[in-house]
Design a protein around this ligand. Structure first.
Ligand code: GLC
Ligand code: CA
Length: 528
């Protein structure tokens, strides 16, 4: 079968508030993205996923949607989005939007109606419940942002459920009209040329019909954040979610080559169900394992092997190093290993998603307490849950405000923006950006990397190695995850093997059957 674009391609996530500001208000916008498409073409990615741009009170920075078919004035207009789609398509870049179907904003007209009276036709579009038997909330469910997940509504004398902020009431996916309304929104965007959606918190979408208490989490400590006090047994990952995911897929499949990517934080064996059973569901249930994995060769080799083994027939793999909710890879690993991680991301089998800024090695930015924006941090301060550090403006060059804006940006820039910016790294062959560009080029030039088979190579110590094969083409990827020199013994005589790319520059130590990896070196070697 001919691989589809989202199987061959590389996705790039844009957090629109922080990519490029075009009108000097310190907030990134759609015209800003359009101005920076050159960067994405030079980088060599195939698609952009743009975090929410819909009208929103911005309590959770766009993940509180007040209109599923519009554009927030802060980001521009619908015409700006149409222009961005057209410009991106001209550059052969696909455009994915973020669909947020689990909850809306409390300012969405649907919720305003729903809360207006108990017999309003939209009452059942949200999750309303009477108080528990002893008064108080209907059960012990906790918001992912801390505190009870139930909010009392004085006017109608019931509680409504919100998995996140109280300004983000959960929609009732057991209601067929609500389902149709969201599917209509999907079609609205598909008809405008959108190539797919990343679907927010897909595994949250259906709750147990009887709302039983969640069991306590025996491993809970307050430092984890209050949401972990209970296990989300009845509030997430319910069997009925799969029917919905399949319906969404059917909506997408009515259009040619659209893609659906599900945000799902679950253990691998649960995650795999989201590819679908009898009916297909997500093309790509996001595989977040690399984000939390200890950076250790043997356990990573096992993690990759287990993931490969768990994939259902026809299930296409995917990999991610970070996103707008999780610490950045360069903060976790440091620059040298972040380079090795980039090589892993772009050579392991499956669709990679790159988080904006990772291509220049952006790390987490220290946010002074008085500048905190993230509602999660504001609700549970000091636990290290702040997401602002990974959402800071993209530094483009060494002009004022790093070329991101003509004004003070909504979040501070990285301290080292004077050196660490796109223009500065563009001309430096040893920069992270040059490495990303080279990796993407090697990938494009070698079908073995884009779509080839994956064969683990047995090795020891800090080395993680695998082969990618397509037809006659055989590439070896050898990654040194440690800071000491390593030896890798090959089964082939590699006298004539050609090093295609090294994360440390020139590699010239492959002799016969031995590959010497320098400290922190990642290497792609052409075997045949
Ligand atoms: C997802 C988003 C996150 C948001 C949450 C609630 O996890 O990635 O940013 O806060 O959903 O919508
Ligand atoms: Ca702006």
């Amino acid at each position: 079968m001919t691989p589809l674009w989202w199987q061959r391609g590389v996705i790039y996530q844009i957090y629109p508030r922080s990519f490029q500001d075009s009108n000097g208000d310190g907030i990134g916008d759609l015209n800003g993205i359009a101005q920076r498409l050159d960067h994405l073409v030079d980088l060599g990615v195939d698609a952009i996923w743009v975090s929410p741009i819909y009208p929103s009170p911005m309590k959770d920075f766009g993940y509180d949607v007040a209109d599923y078919c519009g554009v927030d004035a802060r980001f521009g207009t619908l015409a700006d989005l149409d222009a961005l789609i057209a410009a991106a398509h001209e550059y052969r870049l696909k455009v994915l939007l973020d669909l947020v179907p689990n909850h809306s904003s409390d300012q969405h007209p649907w919720f305003i109606e729903s809360r207006s009276s108990r017999d309003n036709p939209k009452r059942d579009w949200y999750l309303w419940r009477d108080p528990g038997p002893e008064g108080g909330p209907p059960n012990n469910w906790i918001s992912d942002f801390g505190g009870s997940a139930w909010e009392w509504d004085e006017a109608t004398g019931q509680y409504y459920y919100h998995a996140f902020l109280k300004e983000q009431p959960d929609l009732n996916w057991r209601n067929p009209e609500l389902r149709e309304a969201i599917y209509a929104a999907m079609r609205f965007w598909f008809d405008r040329g959108i190539d797919g959606f990343r679907i927010d918190v897909l595994w949250h979408m259906v709750k147990h019909a009887d709302f039983p208490d969640n069991p306590p989490n025996p491993a809970y400590t307050p430092a984890m954040g209050e949401m972990h006090r209970v296990l989300q047994l009845h509030s997430t990952d319910q069997p009925e979610v799969h029917g919905i995911a399949a319906e969404m897929r059917a909506v997408a499949d009515a259009y040619p080559e659209r893609v659906l990517i599900g945000e799902i934080y679950l253990p691998v064996e649960r995650l795999m169900h989201y590819y679908g059973g009898e009916a297909p569901e997500m093309h790509l249930p996001f595989n977040f394992q690399l984000i939390d994995a200890p950076w250790e060769a043997r356990s990573l080799a096992k993690l990759i092997a287990d993931y490969e083994a768990a994939l259902p027939p026809g299930g296409w793999p995917n990999w991610v190093l970070g996103n707008h909710d999780r610490p950045r890879v360069a903060a976790k690993l440091g620059e040298a290993q972040a380079r090795v991680a980039a090589m892993l991301l772009l050579t392991v089998r499956g669709t990679p998603t790159i988080y904006y800024g990772d291509e220049i090695g952006l790390a987490d930015v220290l946010i002074p307490p008085e500048m905190v924006q993230d509602p999660r941090e504001l609700r549970e301060p000091g636990l290290g849950l702040n997401r602002d550090p990974v959402r800071t403006p993209m530094p483009w060059d060494d002009r004022a405000h790093a070329g991101f804006s003509t004004n003070t940006p909504w979040l501070p820039l990285n301290d080292d923006w004077g050196d660490r910016n796109v223009a500065g790294q563009s001309g430096d062959p040893h920069s992270m950006l040059s490495l990303y560009r080279a990796l993407l080029k090697v990938r494009r030039d070698h079908p073995a990397l884009e779509v080839g088979d994956f064969l683990p190579v047995e090795c020891e110590g800090d080395v993680l190695a695998y082969e990618r094969r397509h037809g006659k083409e055989r590439l070896l990827v050898a990654l040194n995850l440690g800071a000491a020199e390593q030896q890798l013994l090959l089964s082939d005589d590699c006298g004539a093997c050609q090093p295609l790319l090294s994360t440390i520059g020139t590699h010239d130590r492959t002799l016969g059957r031995g590959v010497k990896l320098a400290p922190n070196e990642g290497l792609i070697l052409k075997l045949e």
